[in-house]
Design a binder for this molecule. Structure first.
Ligand code: GAR
Length: 190
C-alpha cells in the first residue's frame, strides 16, 4: 500500500483529479489533505471524498509538532497540489525526495515567490512567450528550484489571454499529474 498526503490552498481541482484517478486502486491511499486556507473550495472536495482533513495555521505548520505528526503518518509521498506556503526544512528532512510540487509554468522560468496561479499566466502572456506548460518537481528549501521530474509544454496562440492559457495549463495538469505520481510511487521512470 502506498500512502499519499496532499497539501492544498485553493480550488483543489488537482486534489479531485488525483483522488478520482486512484479511487479504484487498492494500492494507493490518500491518508489526509492538509489545507492552510479556511476559504479553499478544496475543503469541500476533501469532505466529499471522505478524506481526513487537517486544517493548519502558519504557526502550527512551521512547528516541530506538525513535522512529527506528518512523519508519524509514514507517507510514501507528499503532493503539493496548489499549496502556497513554503515547506519548512524540518518537513523536507523528514521526507527527503518524497515531496513533490506542481507548478503551472516551465521552470526555471516564472518560478519563485509570488509566482503562483494566475500571476504566472499573466507574466507569461505579457512576455509574449511562445510556450508555457507544467513542471512537476521535488521540493527543496528554495521555492520552485528542486530537481525537475516532468515537464509538458503547450504553445501560446495569437490572442492568448491569461485565462485561456490557464485553461490549457489546467488540461495538462489534469492529464499528467496523477500518472506522474503513480510512476513515482511505483518507481517507474517519471
Ligand atoms: C495549479 O494550477 C497549480 O499548478 C498551481 O496552483 C493551481 C492550483 O489549482 N500551483 C502553483 O502556482 C504553485 N506555485 P487547484 O487548487 O485547482 O488544484
Amino acid at each position: 500500500m502506498k500512502r499519499i498526503s496532499i497539501f492544498v490552498s485553493g480550488n483543489g481541482t488537482n486534489l479531485q483529479r488525483i483522488a478520482d484517478y486512484f479511487h479504484d486502486n487498492p494500492e494507493v491511499e490518500i491518508v489526509n489533505v492538509v489545507c492552510n486556507n479556511p476559504k479553499a473550495y478544496a475543503i469541500e472536495r476533501a469532505k466529499n471524498l471522505g478524506i481526513p482533513l487537517r486544517m493548519i495555521t502558519r504557526k502550527e505548520f512551521n512547528s516541530q509538532a506538525f513535522t512529527e505528526e506528518m512523519a508519524a503518518l509514514r507517507c510514501d509521498l507528499i503532493v503539493l497540489a496548489g499549496f502556497l506556503w513554503k515547506i519548512p526544512s524540518g518537513l523536507i528532512q523528514a521526507y527527503p525526495q518524497q515531496i513533490i510540487n506542481i507548478h503551472p509554468a516551465l521552470l526555471p522560468k516564472y518560478g519563485g515567490k509570488g509566482f503562483y496561479g494566475a500571476h504566472v499566466h499573466e507574466a507569461v502572456v505579457a512576455a509574449k512567450e511562445a510556450f508555457s506548460g507544467i513542471t512537476i518537481h521535488y521540493v527543496n528549501e528554495v521555492y520552485d528550484s528542486g530537481e525537475i521530474i516532468f515537464q509538458a509544454k503547450v504553445a501560446l496562440e495569437e490572442g492568448e489571454t491569461p485565462d485561456s492559457l490557464a485553461a490549457k495549463i489546467h488540461g495538462l495538469e489534469q492529464k499528467h499529474f496523477p500518472e506522474v505520481i503513480e510512476r513515482i510511487l511505483f518507481n517507474e521512470n517519471a
